[in-house]
Design a protein around this ligand. Sequence first.
Ligand SMILES: CC(C)(COP(=O)(O)OP(=O)(O)OC[C@H]1O[C@@H](n2cnc3c(N)ncnc32)[C@H](O)[C@@H]1OP(=O)(O)O)[C@@H](O)C(=O)NCCC(=O)NCCS
Length: 159
Amino acid sequence: MEQIHIRLFQPQDLSSVIHINRTCLPENYPGLFFMSLYESFPKAFIVAEDIETNTLIGYVMGRVERGFSSLKGYKLTKKGHIVSIAIIEKYRRKGIATRLLEEALEGFKEYGASESFLEVRESNIEAVNLYQKIGYVEKKVLPGYYRDGEDALLFTCPL
Ligand SMILES: CC(C)(COP(=O)(O)OP(=O)(O)OC[C@H]1O[C@@H](n2cnc3c(N)ncnc32)[C@H](O)[C@@H]1OP(=O)(O)O)[C@@H](O)C(=O)NCCC(=O)NCCS
């Protein structure tokens, strides 16, 4: 998809990203939350833009957290947490989420992270397949993680 441009989030993208988030996901956040991720980890907040229509059609955002490694025993390490990702429905299955995630993972590396992790609803087959294709593996189940009671799967991936 040549008309899809992948680039860093800019503050003027905020309302479009909030719109995509509310259209695509039940987990929604106030504007300040998006901006605080942008201010702390701008290299891990990536958007996809349709340059023919000049509209944003997807985003991924993340943050780097310090904690015990999921891959190397009890070593303290920096881990890139994928907080949210979504692509507008009509643009799905064209490799755009894959491109966004690859950019965000590069951003995590630039912040010194050596692994990445994320949570996903166990019923979200599209997202589970996406993460597995990129190299994430299921680490454990987080029972009742979501507000409606659904379990999450915790996925991790070396960087
Ligand atoms: C999950 C989501 C981000 C995937 O975006 P996308 O741009 O369509 O993903 P890609 O085109 O990069 O797909 C990469 C791989 O993911 C898997 N995948 C994506 N959509 C799928 C579907 N509908 N069914 C099965 N597997 C799917 C496939 O393995 C695919 O590779 P392939 O096309 O070579 O088979 C998108 O469906 C979405 O926005 N869903 C709603 C929001 C959401 O659930 N976010 C994740 C929360 S954890």
